[in-house]
Each structure stands twice: as structure tokens, then as C-alpha cells.
Write a protein that binds this ligand. Structure first.
Ligand code: ATP
Length: 547
């Protein structure tokens, strides 16, 4: 709980005035509630027992005012706290996504997309209910309970002792419930992440599922996961709602004792009927906020577990550190010196030494899985080398600011990224849209013909993953994007594999036209693509062999 509040204090800090207002509204509502119970005494003693008619109109009026005050106070407090809660959740979501995006690619390789989505949506959502509703309730019910207990003690300290004995008695069962609930909540959140991952996988691969007639198989897999999720959630409910009957049973015992002992005191004349009823009303009314208070503590458990899962992400930091130098000068040469790299245990690239010079085209060739794309990933600093060094103009890559390095490289790789946005925005991705330049890039990438034929031209919206495009059209959009960026380093990793011969020839012609002053790296299997190259580097099992 301490860790929870420590984590959220920085977000709450900006909301102190609202927080104070919410607490004041809560105090007001609580005092009005206590006022209601307090008014029971004059209602009984002065109106009913003393038959004071003048008070008959006054007390119901005051009661009404107290109830209206309670309603307004509670509403204002709930609204303000929801505002604070929602705003905190908004801030954490923003911070979480930008934190994640700056983590290394290896972090994304290790975590399933669905798991990460679940942390941003479900886990942070649990925090929202903790901060906005549970916390609001905790503050309001806490103040109400204190005010009502005040009335209880004021009316009869002796009876209060008996009536409130449930408080220490409830500690043991409630703490057992809390401990159990933490475990179940953890499982529920993990299962939720599994379900999200499963759904994410299904929707991303729906075509493959259909082609393999695996609809039944996937439905069954999901059904099993869902059934388990249901069971865990029911366990969560079973444990999580146990606090109410526990408190009610303990409350019944205490109230029974109070009624007996209090009744005797009234008969003995040591307590007036009004005092007794006022006491009992306050005690009955105090049980509800006390019960809710404990229920809040119980409900907080899933938020505490979620907080741990959120902190796990925030505690991860990028291992790829930024350099100091801005890469703004002309790139004359890129050099790999004795570079080795492994993703996990096995070395994927070993002792690679090569150069890429300005005004030249290099073809990287080699069998599938030999390490060509990995070499490019190292140049982009998506991963850092384990041994050796990569340099640009004799300055180690690590000394450059990553953003300035990547801004100088255009890449078309095998996995084409298409945004659910217009063609123009897709081509200009990462910079301002210049329609003339978009048109130029599309023409150079041999994509203009099909884009022009669309009714909305470059404003045509593409579906997520480019599902409304053919494979070759997607590749041409990606090539246009690389050309639009106009970087000095251009990398085409199997960028023309889906194109017909004629289109590929035309793109080769484009590359030939723009090659001046650039460093171009082509990864290709087809001999026709390699024809353009000034140097050919062959990689075999992670080692460079002379082509
Ligand atoms: N993210 C990763 N985590 C672990 N291993 C990886 C990862 N990416 C690639 N590998 C492994 O590294 C090796 C080299 O892969 P790489 O993608 O560089 O090959 P490639 O020569 O580009 O192949 P292709 O021609 O099929 O694209 C492969 O054995 C592959 O299994």
C-alpha cells in the first residue's frame, strides 16, 4: 500500500487544490450524515417524549437539509475524485507508452504484444478504479465512519466500547482475505494478459487461420483460456466479497450485545430513550462506512498487484545509450571492424569487417538466416554489437545521437509497416506531408499509376497492415516512403521481392538515378538486383566470405 501511494504521489501533486476540495466535500457529507443521526435524539426526546410541537416542523426540516447536504457533498467529492483518478490514469498511460517506446527492441522481442497492451489497458484501468472510486470511497467512508463513531462515543462511551469491538476482531479475517486476494489478483491479471495476447495473435493472423481451416482450433484454444479466466475471476470474487459477510456476522454479534446492555440501561434510567436510539442509529449507520472502508482495502489489492506490474515496466531501461554527437556531416564511409553479435546464446554475426563508401552500392547476399538483416539492425543501433566496432567517418556509432543517426538512414525491410491513414501520410511518415514530394516519391517507386487510379488519390485511406493493397503495392509504398525521406544511406532489404520483373527493372533504374553521393545497401536473393552493385558482400553462417 505504501509503495502504491509513493508511486502515485507525483501524479497527485498537481491536483492538490482539487484534492483539498474533494476532502472538504467529503467532510461536509460526513458531517451531514452524522448530523442526521444526531437529530434522532431531539426528535424522540423533545418531539415525541416532551411533545414540543414547535420542534416538529424544525427537526424534519433540519433532517432534510442534512440529507441534501450529504447528497451534494458526496456528489462533489465523487466527481472531483473521478476527475483526479481519470487524469492520473491518463498521465500514467502516456508515460507508460513513451517509456516503452524508448526501450530496446529486445524488450519487445521478449514480451508479447498482448501482454504489453494488457499492462497499458487493464492494469492501468485497475489503478483508475483504485484512485477514482476506491480512493474516493475510502476518504468519504473514512470521514463518515469517524464522524459517526464520534456520535456513538459521545452518546454512550460504555456502549461504544461494546459496539465497536468488531473493529479489532475483524483484523485477523480481513488480513487473511487480503493475503489470499493478492495471489488470486496476480493470477487474474496474468490470465488477462494471456487472453489479450491470444486475441491479438488471432486477429493478426486471421488469414492464415482461415487458409488452414483453423477456426475451430483457435476457438477451442480461446475457449479453454477463457474458461480458466472465468474460474480465476470467480475465485477472485469468492475471496474478494468474503469481507462483507464476515463484517455482517461480527456486526450482528456486537449489535445484539448493544441492544441487550443498552436496553437494560434505558430500563435502569441511566440512558434516555432518545440517547439510546441516537446511539443505535449512529452505530447502525457507522457499520456501513466501516464495512465499506474494509471493502476498499480489500478491493485495493488488485490495484496494488497492478501497480507492481506497472512498476516492473518502469524499472526497465534501455541498454542502448545515446551518444553526444549530432550526425549532421556528410557520410563518407561506414566501417564494421571485427563485429560480432548474438541475440541469445549463439553468435549470429562473427568477426565481420567491411566498409560501405559514399557513392557506392553494396549488395549483401547469403542464405536465409545467415545474418544480413541483423547486420543492418546493428547499423541502425536497434541492437549494440557484442564485440568490435561500427563507425561512421571514423567516429564510433555509439558516439552519435541515435535520433540523428536514424534520421540519416532510409530502410525498406521485409516487414512492411502500413499505418491506418492516408497514402500521403504513409509515404511522409515521420515528417510533414508535402503533396508534390509524395507524388514524386510515388512516381519513383512505380506506385503512382495505381495510386492515381484510386478515387481519392494520395488521400485514399489504407487499412491497418495495408490489407487493401497487394503485396507488391505495399512494397512500392514502402519504397516511396524511403525515397521521400531522402537520406544519405538507403537500405533495401528484400524490398523488391514481391514485384514483377518489369516493375523491378524500373525501380532499379530509379536507384541508379538517385545513387549519386549515397551509400546504398541492397539485400537480395535475385541476381538481377545485384547487377547494380559496386561491391558484393557474401555472408555465410554469420561470417563474411569473399563473394
Ligand atoms: N530477434 C531475434 N531474436 C533471436 N534470434 C534472431 C532474431 N532475429 C533473427 N534471429 C536469428 O538470427 C539469425 C540471422 O537472422 P537474419 O534475419 O539476420 O538473417 P537474414 O540473413 O536476414 O535472413 P533472410 O534472408 O531470411 O531475411 C537467424 O538464425 C535468426 O533465427
Amino acid at each position: 500500500m505504501k509503495e502504491f501511494f509513493k508511486n502515485f504521489m507525483p501524479y497527485i501533486r498537481g491536483h492538490y487544490p482539487l484534492f483539498i476540495l474533494a476532502v472538504l466535500s467529503g467532510i461536509f457529507a460526513a458531517l451531514c450524515t452524522a448530523g442526521v443521526t444526531y437529530l434522532v435524539k431531539p426528535m424522540l426526546d423533545e418531539v415525541f417524549v416532551d411533545k414540543d410541537v414547535s420542534k416538529l416542523a424544525l427537526i424534519p426540516f433540519l433532517l432534510m437539509l442534512a440529507y441534501i447536504g450529504k447528497a451534494i457533498g458526496s456528489y462533489a467529492q465523487s466527481y472531483i475524485m473521478s476527475y483526479v483518478g481519470e487524469d492520473i490514469v491518463r498521465q500514467i498511460r502516456d508515460k507508460m507508452l513513451s517509456h516503452m517506446l524508448f526501450l530496446d527492441l529486445s524488450f519487445f522481442n521478449k514480451n508479447r504484444n498482448g501482454e504489453l497492451i494488457a499492462r497499458i489497458t487493464n492494469d492501468i484501468g485497475l489503478i483508475r478504479s483504485a484512485v477514482s472510486s476506491t480512493f474516493t470511497e475510502f476518504v468519504r467512508e473514512g470521514i463518515t465512519a469517524i464522524a459517526l463513531i464520534g456520535v456513538v462515543i459521545y452518546q454512550s462511551p460504555k456502549l461504544a466500547l461494546i459496539g465497536l469491538v468488531i473493529l479489532p476482531l475483524s483484523i485477523l479475517p480481513i488480513s487473511l482475505i487480503i493475503r489470499r486476494l493478492k495471489k488470486v489478483s496476480k493470477k487474474a491479471q496474468e490470465k488477462n494478459a494471456d487472453i489479450t495476447s491470444n486475441l491479438n495473435e488471432i486477429f493478426n493472423n486471421v488469414e492464415m487461420i482461415k487458409v488452414n481451416s483453423a477456426e475451430e482450433l483457435e476457438s477451442q484454444k480461446f475457449k479453454n483460456e477463457n474458461q480458466e479466466f472465468f474460474k480465476i475471476n470467480m475465485k477472485n470474487t469468492l475471496v474478494g466479497t468474503m469481507d462483507t459477510p464476515v463484517m455482517e456476522i461480527l456486526g450482528a454479534l456486537a449489535i445484539g450485545a448493544v441492544l441487550y446492555i443498552g436496553g437494560k440501561s434505558v430500563i435502569d434510567g441511566t440512558l434516555t430513550v432518545g440517547e439510546f436510539f441516537s446511539f443505535n442509529t449512529a452505530l447502525f449507520m457507522a457499520y456501513t462506512p466501516i464495512k465499506r472502508l474494509l471493502n476498499c482495502v480489500v478491493r485495493m489489492q488488485s490495484a496494488i498487484v497492478a501497480n507492481k506490474r506497472i512498476l516492473e515496466i518502469f524499472s526497465q531501461h534501455s541498454q542502448i545509450t545515446d551518444g553526444e554527437r549530432e550526425l549532421s556531416e556528410e557520410i563518407k564511409e561506414i566501417a564494421f571492424s571485427n563485429v560480432s553479435f548474438k541475440y541469445d546464446e549463439e553468435e549470429v554475426l562473427s568477426h565481420i569487417s567491411c566498409e560501405f563508401k559514399k557513392d557506392s552500392i553494396t549488395a549483401l547476399v547469403g542464405k536465409s538466416g545467415s545474418g544480413k538483416s541483423t547486420l543492418i539492425a546493428l547499423l541502425l543501433r536497434l541492437y549494440d554489437v557484442n564485440n568490435g566496432e561500427i563507425s561512421i567517418n571514423s567516429t564510433p556509432l555509439k558516439d552519435y545521437k541515435i535520433k540523428s543517426l536514424r534520421s540519416r538512414i532510409s530502410v525498406v525491410n521485409q516487414r512492411i509497416f502500413i499505418l491506418n491513414d492516408s497514402i500521403a501520410k504513409n509515404v511522409a511518415y515521420g515528417s510533414e506531408v508535402d503533396s508534390k514530394r509524395v507524388e514524386w516519391a510515388l512516381k519513383q517507386a512505380m506506385a503512382w499509376e495505381f495510386v492515381e487510379s484510386l478515387s481519392e488519390g494520395i488521400e485514399t485511406r489504407l487499412d491497418e497492415f495495408g490489407t487493401n493493397l497487394s503485396g507488391g503495392q505495399r512494397q512500392r509504398i514502402a519504397i516511396a516512403r524511403a525515397l521521400y525521406k531522402d537520406s544519405q544511406i538507403l537500405i533495401l532489404d528484400e524490398a523488391t521481392s514481391a514485384l514483377d520483373e518489369k516493375t523491378e527493372e524500373a525501380i532499379k533504374h530509379t536507384i541508379d538515378l538517385i545513387r549519386k553521393d549515397k551509400i546504398i545497401i541492397l539485400i537480395a536473393h535475385r541476381p538481377s538486383t545485384i547487377e547494380l552493385a559496386d561491391q558484393i558482400l557474401r555472408i555465410e553462417n554469420g561470417k563474411l566470405t569473399n563473394a
